[in-house]
Design a protein around this ligand. Structure first.
Ligand code: TXA
Ligand code: MG
Length: 343
């Protein structure tokens, strides 16, 4: 099939165009659309056949559950049979926004969405195009990130086309996404609530609202979030993450860079602004200042993709501080850095 690209200005929504895209969703077809985090690959959440098409297009295994996107808080009560007060507190504070809540599912939610779990992941995206699309389609929309399974998430329509061109009906091009990393996935069916995936809302922000929060790696993740594989977000190049802190970081990066260059590989470095001049002779892409993690999050995936586009075989990434958005960035870099043979 030929993928149609529909350009929409998110500041001045052209409703006629949104209606065209909403028609595709209603017909049971796939539409990729921008959210504030990354581009999503959307289908009608209440149409099982449409949902199944997502797994096929992404080459995603069926044991990886999907997030349902809503535009109206009332939908929570249709999709979940048990909405605890904490859900409303969090929604009030962070929706629309990059927080996904895991709740007990209702009968309305198909098992194909939840990978047979009795819970469902729900979020309200903070993006005018996404919200208008959901409203016009008059149905909740399931949407994983619009990349091939296991690969780097897309932050532009161009990235989506690289992975899914001619495999889906439509891509809405709404420009670059503003957050750049996916939503935080928070399980509130347990107490204390547990972060299953770090993301756009930081653990510090969550703690301010609900007090205690458990963080992913302390849990038996395999059980509660089957989609959390070790290897994910991978560029085609081999990614090496240098976690050394402080002054030794740059010398470690250089040592590895020279090693691979010596073996004939094309080596690129993803560095913080303050270190960029330390790597003479290597292609350096700047993720942002080490203390401006918002900027770093926005640039992360597009830098990894651009190294791939330019034919780099090795990407050496400097580690960042694990506070705020830094936790989400580091979680993604660690997974992207897992060698393929270990996944
Ligand atoms: O920012 C985002 O969340 C983006 C945009 C498009 O909204 N979506 C996204 O979807 O990242 P995806 O499919 O790439 O990641 C969904 C994550 C997976 O790690 C999956 O395992 C988890 O959410 N998840 C979904 N349903 C779940 C459930 N019922 N219980 C636990 N984890 C769940
Ligand atoms: Mg994804």
């Amino acid at each position: 099939m030929k993928t149609i690209i529909l350009k929409i200005n998110s500041q001045r929504i052209d409703l006629a165009k949104i209606k065209i895209a909403a028609e595709e969703i209603k017909r049971g077809n796939l539409v990729a659309f921008p959210t504030e985090t990354v581009y999503g690959l959307g289908a009608d959440a209440l149409n099982e056949k449409a949902v199944a098409k997502i797994f096929k297009a992404k080459e995603r295994p069926f044991n990886d559950p999907l997030i349902v996107h809503i535009a109206d808080l009332k939908e929570l009560y249709r999709l979940s049979k048990q909405v605890p007060p904490v859900a409303l507190e969090l929604a009030k504070m962070f929706w629309p926004g990059p927080l996904t809540l895991v709740l007990k599912k209702s009968e309305l939610v198909s098992n194909i969405i939840t990978a047979d779990l009795d819970t469902v992941a729900i979020r309200m995206p903070d993006d005018n195009i996404a919200l208008s699309l959901i409203r016009e389609a008059k149905t909740p929309i399931v949407a994983p990130s619009a990349n091939l399974f296991g690969r780097t998430s897309p932050t532009t329509a161009q990235h989506v086309a690289e992975d899914l061109n001619d495999k889906i009906e439509m891509i809405i091009d709404g420009g670059k996404t503003k957050v750049g990393v996916e939503s935080t996935v928070l399980d509130i069916t347990v107490s204390p609530a547990q972060v299953l995936r770090a993301g756009g809302i930081s653990v510090e922000q969550l703690k301010k609202v609900i007090g205690e929060v458990k963080i992913g790696e302390e849990l038996e993740m395999g059980f509660r979030s089957p989609g959390r594989l070790n290897s994910h977000y991978s560029p085609r190049a081999k990614l090496i993450l240098v976690e050394e802190k402080g002054e030794t970081q740059a010398s470690k990066v250089l040592q590895i860079a020279f090693e691979y260059k010596g073996q004939g590989f094309k080596v690129g470095i993803m560095a913080k602004e303050e270190n960029k001049d330390q790597y003479n002779g290597f292609k350096v892409k700047v993720i942002g200042k080490g203390n401006e993690l918002k900027t770093c999050a926005t640039n992360l995936f597009s830098i990894l993709r651009s190294f791939d586009q330019e034919g780099f075989e090795i990407i050496i990434a400097e580690g960042l501080e694990e506070q705020g958005l830094g936790l989400a960035i580091m979680e993604r870099l660690r997974k992207a850095a897992v060698p393929k043979y270990e996944c």
